[in-house]
Design a protein around this ligand. Sequence first.
Ligand SMILES: Cc1cc2nc3c(=O)[nH]c(=O)nc-3n(C[C@H](O)[C@H](O)[C@H](O)COP(=O)(O)O)c2cc1C
Length: 371
Amino acid sequence: MPFNTALTRKLGIRVPVVQGGMQWVGYAELASAVSNAGGLGILTALTQPSPEDLRKEIQRCKKMTNKPFGVNLTLLPAMVPPDYGAYAQVILDEGIRIVETAGNSPGTVIKQLKEASPPCVILHKCTTIRHAMSAVKLGVDFLSIDGFECAGHVGETDITNLILLSRARQTMPIPFIASGGFADGQGLAAAISLGAEGINMGTRFMCTIEAPIHHNIKQSIVDAQETDTELVLRRWKNTSRLFKNKVTAEATRVERESTTGKFEEVAEYVSGKRGRQVFLNGDKDFGVWTAGQVIGLIHDIPTCEALVSRIEKEAIETLTSASKLIVDQQPEPDIAGKPMGDMSADPRRSETARKNPGEAQIYDIGGKSKL
Ligand SMILES: Cc1cc2nc3c(=O)[nH]c(=O)nc-3n(C[C@H](O)[C@H](O)[C@H](O)COP(=O)(O)O)c2cc1C
C-alpha cells in the first residue's frame, strides 16, 4: 500500500523519506541508490569544487537513476563564499527541479530557483520556528524541521523534535518534513502522527552500503551509542553536533579554556579538510566529522533498497497496530492478570527487546562497502 502525503505527491516518490544533503557523502552513488529505493536522494552541491563539477555529478547521477533526485545547496558563512548563484544556475540548466536549501540568507538563491520555468520545489531546512517563518515568506514549498538531535548545525536554541514538530504543526501554513533523529519506520510513523509529511535522514544513510565513505566509519557508527556525539563551537554561535572523538575532545577543551576567545585557536581542530580525510582513510580520530544522536539507533549497514523498504514496512505496521489501541469499549481492568511489565504480546516491541532486554535488534542485512 503506497503512502499518500503532500511530499510523496509533490515529488513523485513512493516512500516519504528524504536523504538530506551531506558534505563529502552526498555523491551520485548514494543519491541515486536512495532514489532507486523509492525515497528522494539528494546530491550535495558543495562537495563539488566548482559549478562545472556539479554539472558532471548531476549528469553522472542521471545515468544511475531515472527516478527524481534533488540537489542540496548550503549557504554557510565563509571568508570567501562559493559562487552560490553559479551553482544554482547549473542546477537549473541541468533540469533539476527539487532543491534542498540550508543555511544563512538564502533569499537570493531561493528567488533564482523559484523564478525558473518551471519553478523548483524547495525544501528548506531550519532549526527554529522563526527561521521557518522567514522561509515561508521567501516562498519555499516544504520546511525541513531539524531538531536538536540532528547531525551538524543544530542552531542555538536546543529544541528537540518532540516540541519543534508540534510547534511547526501548530504554526506553519505550509507542509513540513521532520529531520534529525530518524532511522526507522517507527520514527516515520511518529513524525506523521506529529503532522509531518515525511522524514529527512542524514546519519542513517551514511551507514548504508552505497554511502561512498570508508567502511570503518560506518562500523564506528554501528558501535556507537546515542551519547557519543559532542557539541562544538557554541562559543562562536555556530554549534555543530559531531561524532565524539579525540579531536572533538581537544576542540571543546580549547573552546572552554581559551582566554582570547579567538576562533583561530580552535580552527585547526574543526578543519573540514581533515574531516573529509576521515571518510577516505577510515580513521575516526583523524579529524571532526558530523553525526547525529541517532547513531544510537543504527545497528547495521544495509543497502539503501533494504533500508527504505524496511522503513516503509515498519511505518505501515506501526501506524496500523497503533490504530488497534483504539477499541469500541473500555476493557475490564486486568489487575489480577499479567504483570504490567510483560509486553510479550505488544507488536511495537521488537522480539529482541522482549527476549534479551537491553539489547538492540540487529537485522540480517549488511556487508562491506567499497571504500
Ligand atoms: C556527514 C554529514 C554531513 C552533512 N552535511 C550537510 C550539508 O552540507 N548541508 C546540509 O544542509 N546538511 C548537512 N547535514 C545534515 C543532514 O542533511 C540532515 O539534516 C541531518 O543529518 C539530519 O539529522 P540525522 O543525522 O539525525 O538524520 C549533514 C549531515 C551529516 C551526517
